[in-house]
Design a protein around this ligand. Structure first.
Ligand SMILES: C[S@@+](CC[C@H](N)C(=O)[O-])C[C@H]1O[C@@H](n2cnc3c(N)ncnc32)[C@H](O)[C@@H]1O
Length: 291
């Protein structure tokens, strides 16, 4: 039905025929006509489904579609997954169409459509952001996505990536769909306190971060150990420290959650029958750098 709406006018016929290649070529004309950052090209329903599946949308989610067109992405998130959501579009005709489509789908009480500029619209309440924009628009939005969204927020983009911010997952169902999970900020120096059987010890950890990719060092007793298998997914940080022959004489499997200037969780020391579970807590040290 939404494709039919898009085909009702000659402009709609032209739009519906656009594939992603001509989508790029169409920008200058569309900008000249509407001064919008992206022309209206609706996402095919099968791709909408794949975007929402990849983002693992549930009834707990609040979905914001930036540049929401006829509302199809948010309406599908609400009607198929039980989420709530908002669509944002500059075009008043798209907003009217979205309100109509929401009422036909019987979900008007769980969605709202706002005529607004996606570069100015508040996004912090989203747990999922959906976008079908352009590479240059994704890149302009990227600093806000990283700084304003909560760690763990999922971002899905139809067709276009975010350059050196590598996706956490990618799927291709007729079109490419990319998923990013907003990473917590862990770059910098942390003071780690561990309650070991032979007494409390403290260590320094230094973490380097590029988006969700992390690496680092742990300093203790005049020694330096690397962080192995270091990973960051939203606010969850994991790494392994090897201390063969040292005072701990074991592998230490760290797993924790970041909340502002604290990381807290458990360390599994050793494996199998000898494995011990120890709580850990690290606090950010002054002079730690931002991402
Ligand atoms: C490619 S369409 C995507 C529509 C919808 N998200 C979908 O996937 O079917 C991009 C939409 O962004 C809207 N748009 C362009 N520039 C915008 C801006 N600065 N703020 C808000 N919406 C904008 C256009 O009006 C258009 O509806």
């Amino acid at each position: 039905m939404m494709a039919d709406v898009a085909r009702q006018t000659p402009v709609g016929v032209l739009r519906a025929a656009l594939c992603s290649t001509v989508f790029l070529l169409a920008i200058p004309a569309a900008q000249a006509q509407f001064s919008y950052d992206v022309p209206y090209v609706p996402t095919p329903p099968v791709v909408v489904e794949e975007m929402l599946r990849l983002a693992e949308v549930t009834a707990e989610d609040f979905v914001i579609d930036l540049g929401s067109g006829d509302g199809r992405v948010v309406i599908a998130a609400v009607s198929k997954f039980g989420a709530r959501g908002i669509g944002v579009d500059l075009d008043p005709d798209r907003i009217l169409e979205s309100d109509y489509n929401a009422s036909v789908a019987g979900v008007s009480d769980r969605v709202a459509f706002h005529r607004a500029d996606l570069f100015k619209f508040e996004i912090h309440r989203a747990s999922v952001i959906t976008m079908y924009l352009l590479p240059s628009v994704n890149i302009r939005l990227r600093p806000r996505l990283l700084s304003e969204l909560k760690p763990g927020t999922r971002i899905v983009s139809h067709d276009f990536d975010m350059e050196d911010w590598k996706p956490d997952a990618k799927s291709t169902v007729r079109k490419n769909v990319f998923l990013w999970i907003v990473p917590a900020r862990v770059e910098g120096r942390w003071r780690l306190n561990l309650d070991l059987p032979n007494g409390a010890r403290s260590y320094d950890i230094e973490i380097k971060q590029k988006f969700q990719e992390i690496d680092g060092l742990l300093r203790y007793d005049g020694k330096v150990a690397g962080l192995w298998n270091a990973s960051l997914r939203g606010d969850r940080v994991r790494f392994t420290v090897v201390d063969d022959g040292g005072p701990l004489d074991s592998n230490l499997y760290f797993d924790g959650r970041v909340e502002e200037d604290v990381i807290a969780g458990v360390v599994l020391r050793g494996v199998g029958a000898e494995q011990k579970k120890i709580n850990w807590r690290a606090t950010r040290m002054a002079g730690g750098t931002a991402q």
